[in-house]
Design a protein around this ligand. Structure first.
Ligand SMILES: NC(=O)c1ccc[n+]([C@@H]2O[C@H](COP(=O)([O-])OP(=O)(O)OC[C@H]3O[C@@H](n4cnc5c(N)ncnc54)[C@H](OP(=O)(O)O)[C@@H]3O)[C@@H](O)[C@H]2O)c1
Length: 345
């Protein structure tokens, strides 16, 4: 396959390269793009990888089978149409197209059936929503879902390189005798070092943040439950990598911890911890989502709680996109183009 990654110098773009490296994806060409060309090269499978400036012309001329976008909403809106017009598949980590009518929002373990033969545009869902639906889908399958409430504990790398640099800068300031004041270029509203910031994205007139609205709308779309009651409070915490979520849910039918635990144990992509805890540091670099602390509320057969943790750069972004690519490849989506390329046409 001929692939490109737009935003390859960012944290999600870098993770896409590492995920592709680690899997058996058949790749004949891989090109890296960012906002501007760079002298210093990235690396892929041990070879240097030049970084080029992303323009509609350069992306269309590459005759790619698929292009990953890991840049920004604006860049996806500007560049993706040219890529689609060139006949390539777009796998887009931005939020630009996620809620568009007729565009599938796919988490392969949950709703691979949403992919139709002609689809070419595949947004990757919000990282917190992906971690959440990985935990909710097994519940929905065995007992149905009536309502979900979630509080997130989101890593700083969820805000990209700038988020990692803000925490590191504030740590350096504190370790050198300062107060760990908010870093000058921080994407966060308050210092993140030794702190917790209950705002991810900007607030609307009702006080809901952008991240909270994404979690609500995307969870409904992926689970195909448009009427599901979902309420979210999203919070940034001084963790480098992996998002955690405390989830409170009501099922549609009576069930119990044993039945739900068995559903989690059988769910693809999920590790179920019947006992003990799991923390973000335990899951850094992993593709699996971990569920723990499953319990009923005061003996209820409808109201339950759980704790879920997933590496948002892997399963919450890069891995989910690569899984979509693999799903398309397994369905023979690229076979005709590959044959043409091999023939040198
Ligand atoms: N971080 C996460 O956990 C996460 C999870 C899910 C989804 N996402 C989404 O994934 C995307 C990337 O996020 P990130 O966290 O990786 O951000 P990041 O670390 O800030 O990286 C952004 C990347 O986008 C590139 N870029 C910016 N403007 C561009 C343009 N006009 N044309 C081409 N490339 C451009 C940057 O290139 P330069 O180096 O040249 O500036 C850089 O490579 C965003 O849409 C984000 O919302 C992020």
């Amino acid at each position: 396959m001929r692939l490109a990654v737009v935003g390859a110098t960012g944290v999600v773009g870098d993770t896409i390269l590492r995920v592709l490296e680690g899997r058996g994806t058949p790749i004949s060409q891989l090109d890296a793009f960012a906002s501007r060309a760079r002298d210093e090269a990235l690396h892929f499978r041990g070879a240097p990888l030049a970084v080029r400036a992303a323009t509609p012309e350069a992306l269309a001329a590459g005759r790619y089978d698929a292009v990953f976008f890991a840049s920004s909403d604006d860049a996806s809106a500007e560049l993706a149409p040219a890529v689609l017009a060139s006949g390539a598949v777009v796998i887009d980590n931005s939020s630009t197209y996620r809620l568009d009518e007729g565009v599938p929002l796919v988490v392969p373990e949950v709703n691979a059936h949403a992919i139709a033969p002609g689809d070419a545009l595949f947004p990757v869902a919000n990282c917190s929503a992906i971690v959440l639906v990985m935990a909710l889908a097994p519940v929905a399958r065995v007992a149905g879902l009536r309502a979900v409430r979630v509080a997130t504990y989101q890593a700083v790398s969820g805000a990209g390189r700038a988020g990692l640099e803000a925490l590191a800068g504030e740590e350096r300031d504190a370790f050198s005798g300062g107060a760990g004041e908010r870093a000058a270029e921080s994407p966060f509203r308050a210092p993140i070092y030794r702190n917790v910031v209950p705002q991810v994205g900007s607030f609307d007139e009702f006080g809901d943040s952008g991240e909270e609205k994404k979690v609500v709308a995307e969870t409904r779309k992926i689970l195909e439950l448009p009427g599901l009651h979902v309420a979210a409070t999203t919070v940034r915490v001084p963790v480098r990598r992996a998002h955690s979520e405390a989830v409170f849910f009501k099922t549609a039918r009576d069930t119990d911890v044993a039945e739900l635990g068995a559903a989690f144990a059988a769910a693809p992509g999920v590790v179920f911890h019947e006992h003990g805890i799991v923390t973000p540091r335990d899951v850094e670099g992993q593709d699996l989502v971990h569920v723990a602390r499953l319990r009923a509320e005061e003996g209820s057969r409808r109201h339950f709680q759980l704790w879920v943790v997933g590496d948002q750069l892997r399963k919450g972004a890069a891995t989910n996109g690569v899984q979509i690519l693999e799903e398309l490849h397994a369905r023979g989506r690229f076979t005709a183009r590959e044959a043409v390329q091999e023939a040198g046409v």
